[in-house]
Design a protein around this ligand. Structure first.
Ligand code: XIL
Length: 388
């Protein structure tokens, strides 16, 4: 991988930037980022070796896990390499945007499923499971939403939307992100709820209502609560995890048909404040509520890493392997999905671009669809996972 001399040079550069702490198996605490970096760069025993080229979906299946990715329809139509790679690697597909409100509701009284149907058909043709994202969110609402939806009619819109969309795919959906990102303690609302239009119009019970309506329309789908920023252990994330646990506890205690927590897992290589013990405890707390757990949107931002792609890939791969080895230790974790599969098509190109203009490298395949160390890291994590 690296020649020793180049490691030394790179390490020197890092020391200049941040100072180096000792390496540990999984970084914990204040200096964790530096530990991650030194671990990834210095520990040459960490070779990310993988036996064979068996696709990720097969390695996952061997452990009773499901592996897949998100993709947009247009990328799959226009990019043969993406198509081939998704079909080879993935056992489950999730539309990146095609099932969001702004995609399926061009007008208040109109639904358009053309693009979502295309993806559903693609999944079916290629023997993949299909999952839905997302029915209730505060973002990607159509332009007309603000003018049309209000306190009086919000419940009608919510119920009609969930019923129509879930019915269309009933019996064919592996799982639905029924509610996405409903917790944001910084918004200062009761129970840490996000100040979304849904909360403002309907109060906190909109969440329970959403699950009940979805369960009625599609009794077979696994109903998921999906949330971001739960992975690390800064003060903010700790508060958020507690609020999410309380929400899940409350939903379960009221007999709400909710079956799983989706942990988005948009990881950030430059912060890495992963506290394995705390994350592990959170996962088992969720599991003890009788819920499954899905890793729904995994990627690792390399926005703040140095420019050398080989260095970035090594650090990103370390983050993948360290994170997955912690989460897959929890048997309630049943699925892992990347948010995209190849660096050629990733939302992070626009959401967290690098200041040096170099393309970001957050996913398992590079922009020419070749497996990177991150792919090896995922393969290793699956190979080492306990069987479900
Ligand atoms: C992102 C898509 O990838 C982008 O194409 C779109 O412009 C914005 O949304 N959390 C979520 C996803 O739940 O829906 C988001 O997807 C990424 C963050």
């Amino acid at each position: 991988m690296f020649k020793n001399s180049s490691i030394t040079r790179r390490r020197f550069v890092y020391m200049g930037v941040s100072g180096l702490a000792g390496a540990t198996a999984v970084a914990v605490g204040k200096d964790s980022y530096q530990m991650y970096q030194s671990q990834a760069l210095d520990n040459l025993k960490r070779d990310f070796k993988v036996v064979g080229q068996t696709p990720l979906k097969k390695r996952a299946t061997a452990k009773g896990l499901i592996y897949g990715a998100a993709s947009g329809r247009d990328f799959l139509v226009s990019d043969k390499n993406l198509k081939t790679s998704i079909v080879r690697e993935c056992g489950i597909l999730v539309p990146e945007n095609e099932l969001k409100w702004d995609a399926v509701r061009p007008a208040p009284d109109k639904f358009d499923f053309t693009r979502a149907d295309w993806l559903a058909q693609f999944a079916r043709t290629h023997n993949m499971l299909f999952r839905g994202h997302t029915l209730v969110w505060y973002m990607q609402l159509p332009n007309w939403f603000k003018e049309v939806v209000n306190r009086q009619n919000a419940e009608k819109f919510l119920v009609e939307h969930i019923t129509t969309v879930t019915k269309r795919y009933a019996g064919r959906m592996h799982s639905w992100d029924v509610v996405n990102e409903a917790i944001e303690p910084d918004d200062g609302q009761k129970a840490g709820l996000r100040k979304s239009p849904w909360l403002q119009f309907l109060g906190p019970d909109y969440i329970e209502l959403a699950y009940r309506v979805a369960a009625q329309a599609d009794p077979k789908a696994m109903l998921v609560y999906n949330e971001n920023a739960l992975e690390y252990s800064g003060r903010k994330e700790e508060v958020k995890r507690t609020a999410v646990l309380k929400l899940l506890e409350r939903l379960k205690s009221r007999g709400t048909p909710i079956h799983a927590l989706g942990i988005q897992s948009h990881l950030v290589a430059q912060e890495g404040a992963l506290n394995a013990k705390k994350l592990r405890t959170f996962l088992s707390d969720v599991a003890s509520l009788g819920l499954k757990i899905l890793i729904t949107e995994l990627d690792v931002s390399d926005q703040k890493l140095p420019s050398d792609p080989a260095v970035r890939d090594r650090i990103v791969a370390s983050v993948y392997e360290d994170y997955l080895s912690v989460v897959l230790d929890e048997k309630a974790v049943i699925a892992v999905l990347n948010w995209g599969l190849s660096d050629r098509h990733t939302w992070l190109s626009t959401f967290t671009p690098r200041s040096d203009g170099a393309p970001v490298r957050p996913l398992p395949l590079d922009s020419s669809f070749k497996p990177k160390l991150a792919w090896n890291a995922m393969a290793r994590a699956f190979d080492q996972a306990r069987k479900r």
